[in-house]
Design a protein around this ligand. Structure first.
Ligand SMILES: Nc1ncnc2c1ncn2[C@@H]1O[C@H](COP(=O)(O)OP(=O)(O)O)[C@@H](O)[C@H]1O
Ligand SMILES: [Mg+2]
Length: 222
């Protein structure tokens, strides 16, 4: 589903700032990997490279058989919309749209009709325990609930790969653990692969593998 070959990223500076090099990964369909690592080591940058939002300085990213280097910006955008889903630490739920409209966004971007998108979005909200809140507005929700909406949105278009960047970083421990369980359950039910960047020790319990990002690559986390 995803291959990373000798990926490297550095920022030119001044002063020049090498982040990581020699990052290799083979992620199978449906596989769930957690990535941990020190703050500033480049975990978010790595996810951006995988999503085609940032370009590595060396190496290759192959998503579902497509080498991102062969795509222009429009091609990368299309691949991202079709195949990837994202969950962020800060939720990024649009405050002026109700919950169903937020979850329907990726379907709309793929050209699905409004009524069908809303029906599917409501079914997704149901799957994350918010089926009766489709017409609620984000300001009426708690942080844990907002992240459940974000998970529903990230999976609404059945992406092959979900990228989650510290999705529990803004939640208290109880909500963090509930959101993590929900994320893992939903990802597995849909057969999506997942890369979860996290500080949470519970990640080790939900992931198939836990890797640590270091300056010299991904290593098994002990
Ligand atoms: N576009 C950029 N230009 C220069 N430095 C950047 C850029 N993006 C990120 N950085 C720096 O790279 C480092 C790694 O960032 P990040 O990937 O967010 O790390 P992590 O997610 O592991 O905490 C940080 O020090 C950040 O300031
Ligand atoms: Mg980060």
């Amino acid at each position: 589903m995803l291959s990373l070959h000798d990926l490297a990223r550095r920022f030119p500076g001044p002063p020049p700032r090498p982040l990581f090099a020699g990052v290799n990964l083979e992620l199978a369909s449906g596989e769930f990997v957690a990535i941990i690592g020190d703050s500033g080591v480049g975990k978010s940058t790595l996810l951006h490279c995988i999503a085609g939002l940032d370009r590595p300085d060396a190496g290759r990213v192959v998503v579902d058989g497509v080498d991102l280097m062969t795509l222009d910006d429009d091609g990368a955008t299309i691949l991202r919309r079709q195949k990837l889903g994202f969950v962020f630490q800060a939720f990024h739920i649009l405050p002026w749209l109700d919950l169903a409209a937020n979850v329907a966004l990726p379907l709309g971007l793929l050209g699905h009709g409004a009524a069908e998108s809303r029906r599917q979005a409501t079914a997704m909200l149901d799957a994350v325990g918010l089926g009766d809140r489709a017409a609620s507005h984000p300001r009426e929700l708690s942080g844990g609930e907002l992240q459940r909406v974000a998970i529903a949105r990230a999976l609404a278009h059945s992406p092959k790969l979900l990228l989650a960047d510290e999705p529990t970083g803004n939640l208290d421990p109880d909500n963090a653990s509930r959101v993590l369980d929900l994320l893992a359950t939903q990802v597995r039910q849909r057969g999506a692969a997942c890369i979860l960047v996290t500080h949470s020790r519970r990640a080790a319990a939900v992931a198939d593998r836990v890797l640590r990002l270091t300056a010299v690559g991904l290593v098994p986390a002990g």
